[in-house]
Unconditional design. Structure first.
Length: 211
């Protein structure tokens, strides 16, 4: 079973869609401020150690100072690992994430990532394709992933990094969305050079697609 057992099991697509509509209200004050600003669970990780491990895996191969646009950035916690030569833009449509983000608000785009026209050397998508956000994504996860990756490739100059749960394996967490690494490689193989890494977890992959 995946280390990402933080994802809740859901009974059907309707329940998954309805849950995405019940986002945390940024005006509610009953939440512990430390939870909002520091908790790995809020952004989908069972522990800070696992969160940092996945971030390290995603950033491997990206050189210090190279610019990054991060699709589904959450609080943009990954910026803490990028060092002083930070050139980073985060995109997340949840306003709570912007309110508690560590980065300059001017570098945080609170919107659907398809509406972003920011171009960087690297485009990142770290597990954001696994979380059911929209009806379109839930109904057609592979097509939605292709649409997302196409947008990322149009807005990077070196390449895109995708970390995702792999539907090629038999076990992955119910309620999360899994994408076939094999099908992604087949889809993009005639157009781009790629690196696929499945070594760090039994049911996840990292795919680097180069321009």
């Amino acid at each position: 079973m995946s280390i990402f057992n933080i994802f809740k099991k859901k009974q059907n697509v309707e329940e998954m869609v309805n849950e995405t509509e019940n986002q945390i209200d940024p005006n509610v004050t009953e939440f512990d401020s430390n939870y909002l600003s520091d908790s790995p669970e809020l952004v989908g990780y069972p522990s800070a150690e696992i969160q940092n491990l996945i971030y390290d895996i995603a950033l491997d191969g990206i050189q210090p100072g190279e610019s990054i646009v991060d699709y589904g950035c959450g609080r943009a916690d990954i910026a803490l690992l990028l060092g002083p030569e930070l050139d980073y833009t985060g995109i997340d449509f949840n306003p709570v994430m912007q309110n508690v983000s560590i980065i300059n608000p001017a570098r945080f785009i609170n919107d659907d990532w398809f509406n972003s026209d920011v171009t960087a050397e690297w485009a990142l998508n770290i597990l954001s394709l696994t979380i059911p956000y929209t009806e379109e994504q839930i109904a057609n996860p592979f097509e939605y992933s292709i649409k997302t990756i196409d947008h990322m490739m149009e807005h990077c100059t070196i390449g895109s990094v995708i970390v995702c749960i792999d539907s090629d394996v038999e076990e992955y967490v119910e309620g999360s969305i899994a994408i076939s690494a094999t099908e992604l490689v087949r889809h993009y193989g005639n157009k781009y050079r790629m690196l696929l890494d499945k070594s760090f977890n039994t049911n996840m992959f990292k795919l680097v697609i180069f321009k």
